[in-house]
Write a protein of this length. Structure first.
Length: 453
């Protein structure tokens, strides 16, 4: 689906504001300031009476948190004037759309809520001198907000759907082994044929170039796109070009110089061997990425975190079972790279990943979020029990000797932030609580566990 740019959205919103008289601004703002509680109450009254919407709401949530958030949203939206910067209000609508997608609220419920707000506003403006103009302005603002939310919802939902499909493929262990073997064989076939044709004395113009071979066609039209951005892809492209434009033409120039000819033939073989090596590396990495594994540690990567968390939240809500997140960070990791080199840092992360994976139950999940940060999702467990698991893990890491590539060992410590799922349907809220607890652990001296409130 084609997305409308923020710049275009800003222009459209600004055009509406520019066409609105000043008195309509003040009337809309006055309505919002005076009747925001009534508008929010009307909205949630209808939603709580809807069996589908009630799955995502409770009276307690509405009273404690959602009603005040709705009131702030109403006031901020209906208080706009042509002098206001629109970037923040548009960003707010996009954020709300993203949250709705993460939670899984059907978009028709959001649109129904917008209709309820407009109907309630119409009743409140019943005796207003410029009812039609003011209601038209308010309705337009609500409609435009819904449009931005819906666009963000759709984009986020598409991303989630792709992640769900990838997760399904991961679950049934799909990989690219067949394609790798096919292309490796195609590259070898080209090299063998090229060597035979050269031995038979064919001229350069009669030789098949690598870029025109089966392997070359696959790489130029599919492989280069699939592996775009990788250093190996760049190296393969450069090697193919060198073979076709330098090495093969050079063979024709040295036909009567056996020693130089042998040297160039060895170069051709080495270049083809180099391509095969980089191809092997590429497929090894893409298999890990497509299967949801981090290339370095072989733990789950961040790609599937939203999918797994949403799945566990749905399970927790259906079965009333708690779960916890452990946000884990290696203390002073930069010093390991600075003192012992990046290879030592990579080996340390690999060993830590293995230790984390071996320390959890089969139903738990372990992710590498990136860099030196990891996350463990512990299922069917309360914060008290998860704290004991986390503390045992912290002590285990502290006592472990982590191997160095040059020999010897080093000691590391970890900081941990723990958060228990407490009922909020948005996975990002739980993630943020665990992250905040980790931040506290780092700033209270490191090598410790902090449990979120």
């Amino acid at each position: 689906m084609t997305q409308i740019s923020t710049e275009q959205l800003t222009k459209e919103w600004q055009a509406v504001l520019d066409q609105t008289p000043e008195n309509i601004y003040s009337d809309a703002q006055q309505l919002a300031q005076q009747h925001a509680p009534e508008l929010a109450q009307s909205f949630y009254k209808h939603m709580l009476n809807d069996t589908v919407a009630a799955q995502f709401l409770s009276h307690e949530q509405v009273q404690e948190r959602l009603s005040s958030s709705m009131q702030r949203w109403i006031i901020s939206l209906l208080s706009l004037t042509r002098r206001d910067g629109l970037a923040a209000i548009i960003a707010q609508q996009k954020h709300i759309g993203d949250v709705h997608a993460r939670i899984g609220i059907p978009v028709h419920l959001v649109l129904r809520g917008a209709r309820i707000l407009k109907e309630t506003a119409a009743k409140l403006l019943n005796q207003h001198a410029q009812q039609k103009e003011c209601l038209g302005f308010i309705s337009t603002l609500i409609d435009m907000a819904m449009e931005v939310m819906s666009q963000a919802y759709s984009a986020s939902n598409d991303d989630n759907s792709r992640a769900e499909e990838s997760y399904r493929l991961f679950s049934i262990a799909q990989n690219s082994a067949h394609e790798k073997e096919r292309q490796r064989a195609a590259l070898l076939d080209w090299e063998n044929k090229a060597m035979f044709d050269i031995a038979m004395g064919l001229q350069f113009s009669q030789l098949s170039t690598l870029s025109a071979s089966e392997f070359g066609l696959w790489f130029r039209h599919k492989g280069a796109h699939a592996f775009a951005g990788s250093s190996e892809s760049v190296l393969i492209s450069a090697a193919m070009e060198k073979i076709d434009t330098v090495t093969l033409p050079m063979l024709e120039l040295v036909q009567k110089e056996p020693e130089r000819r042998q040297h160039i033939l060895r170069q051709l073989h080495d270049q083809a061997h180099s391509i095969a090596y980089h191809l092997e590396t590429l497929f090894s990495q893409i298999n890990e990425l497509e299967s949801g594994r981090d290339v370095l540690t072989h733990l789950l990567n961040r790609k599937f975190l939203p999918v797994v968390m949403s799945k566990e939240i749905n399970y927790a809500r259906q079965h009333q079972r708690p779960f916890c997140l452990l946000m884990i960070d290696v203390d002073l990791f930069k010093k390991i790279n600075d003192r012992h080199g990046h290879e030592a840092g990579d080996i340390t992360l690999q060993q830590l990943g293995s230790l984390l994976s071996n320390s959890c139950r089969s139903g738990d999940y372990v992710f590498r979020l990136g860099g030196e940060e990891f996350l463990m999702l512990l299922v069917d467990i309360t914060a008290d029990k998860a704290s004991k698991v986390a503390e045992k893990l912290r002590q285990l890491v502290e006592k472990e000797g982590f191997r160095l590539p040059q020999g010897g060992t080093l000691k590391i410590t970890i900081s941990i932030g723990l958060a228990q799922y407490v009922g909020h349907p948005d996975p990002q809220k739980l993630f943020n609580r665990a992250d905040d607890a980790l931040y506290q652990a780092k700033h209270q001296g490191r090598n410790r566990l902090i449990v979120a409130d």
